[in-house]
Design a protein around this ligand. Structure first.
Ligand code: FAD
Length: 393
């Protein structure tokens, strides 16, 4: 590891845990492990998001479901999060002629999803993790290299390279995980990734002049078309975050729709009911990036008694099932339980965790792909076809 400087620490390095990636999974796991008495170093390549004020670069809000709620319950933050969430009791399907159909999520009032703010949730987890004296948050630390034999992890910082010698490490650095790449180097490892030919862009459906939501607030809204798709999650201020899914290439795609006229024409053609509701459309379109969507499956997730992967680092899924963060949180619950059940045998705990989780996330990967097709198939349902007066869907 050359001249890299070694990270100083009062707790013996041999007793500290290194978590790489301070996204939702990394922050959740830092807090959960700290509550169990572990000394944790969290390394995140970005600056502290709590001092940035802006968006995290991914979706603005997320659908929280039962699996994610269990993890929040585990760290004692469920009620705090629910207090700031918007309940979604069902979904509203919008046909091209503007008519809508409501589909409740369940018969029971408890069968609902919650729309939550990604930034707020991330900040909350970091704030609570930081309250534990044995937790250290290292922002501006990008994982550069892992030496499994020497059990060292090397980071790039603005001041140069630093090396950590943790007792064990967690790769929570998302879909393009460097931890996964480094840990699987030289192993008999499988890795499969697929990019969707569609990208996404986020737009805002602002509240009306009276401050109220202009569409049903307490629901997920979907505008399915066979060529493109809008999905919206509600926010507490009455606005909705709309995500437009559209092909990258070809006719009516992110590549060809560029000018204000082309943007307005695209929305008018596929979503005529939305045009008048999006006064800030052009400005947001120009400002907001186009995101790409990736799905990955990989194995192994664990490396003896020294390293383990969680969240998108080991199972990134398309967002059409709304379970990426929820299943990343479920990983954290399962890993913490496995560590408790296998006290003193970290290798057994890691193995039990992977055995319990991977079969489910492999299925989730397939379900998320299928739901993309399913959402677009809505346009073929008899109700939808009857309303398809515009021959575009
Ligand atoms: P990430 O959130 O990607 O965090 C990884 C972190 O690691 C980042 O902070 C990154 O900066 C850091 N990092 C990366 N490389 C390095 C490095 N080399 N060194 C140090 N740090 C590094 N999920 C849901 O459950 N419900 C939804 O409704 C939902 N909607 C979605 C909508 C969209 C459009 C998208 C794209 C995703 C959606 N998801 C949803 C999925 C969800 O966003 C992810 O599953 C979740 O963010 C995964 O968390 P993570 O911590 O594993 O990864």
């Amino acid at each position: 590891l050359g001249k890299a400087e070694t990270i100083a620490s009062d707790t013996p390095a041999s007793e500290r845990i290194a978590i790489v990636g301070g996204g939702l999974a990394g922050s959740m796991l830092t807090l959960a492990l700290a509550q169990k008495g572990y000394a944790v170093d969290l390394y995140e390549r970005q600056p502290d998001p709590r001092t940035q004020g802006g968006r995290a670069g991914r979706s603005i809000n997320l659908g929280l479901s039962k699996r994610g709620m269990q993890a929040l319950e585990m760290v004692g933050l469920l009620q705090t999060v629910l207090d700031t969430a918007v309940v979604m009791s069902g979904r509203v399907i919008h046909a091209p002629d503007g008519s809508t159909r409501y589909q409740p999520y369940g018969k029971d009032a408890s069968e609902v999803l919650h729309s939550i703010d990604r930034n707020q949730l991330g900040h909350l987890l970091l704030d609570h993790a930081e309250r534990h004296p044995q937790v250290r948050l290292h922002f501006g630390h990008r994982l550069a290299q892992v030496d499994k034999a020497a059990r060292t992890v090397e980071f790039e910082t603005a001041q140069g390279r630093v090396v950590a010698h943790p007792q064990w490490m967690v790769g929570a650095d998302g879909a393009f995980s460097s931890a996964r790449r480094e840990l699987q180097r030289g192993e008999r490892a499988n890795y499969h990734q697929e990019y969707l030919e569609w990208g996404y862009k986020e737009l805002t459906l602002a509240p009306g002049a009276d401050g109220q939501s202009v569409i049903e607030l307490t629901a997920l809204h979907v505008w399915p078309r066979s060529h493109c798709l809008f999905v919206s999650h509600p926010n507490r201020d009455g606005s909705h975050t709309l995500t437009l899914f559209l092909p990258f290439e070809g006719e009516d795609s992110f590549a060809t729709v560029r000018t204000p006229e082309e943007i307005t024409a695209l929305i008018s053609k596929y979503f005529p009911d939305l045009v008048r509701l999006l006064p800030g459309l052009i400005e947001e379109w120009m400002k907001h990036p186009v995101g790409s969507l990736i799905t990955t499956r990989t194995a192994p997730w664990t490396f003896g008694d020294w390293a383990v992967l969680v969240g998108d680092a080991c199972h990134a899924v398309y967002p059409f099932y709304g379970q990426g963060m929820n299943s990343a949180f479920e990983d954290c619950c399962t890993l913490v339980s496995a560590l408790s059940a296998n006290q003193g045998d970290t290798a057994a705990a890691f193995h039990a965790y992977e055995q319990a989780r991977r079969q489910h996330t492999d299925v989730l990967c397939e379900l998320s792909k299928e739901n993309f097709v399913e959402l677009r198939k809505k346009v073929q349902s008899p109700w939808f076809v009857a309303r398809k007066r515009l021959d575009i869907a």
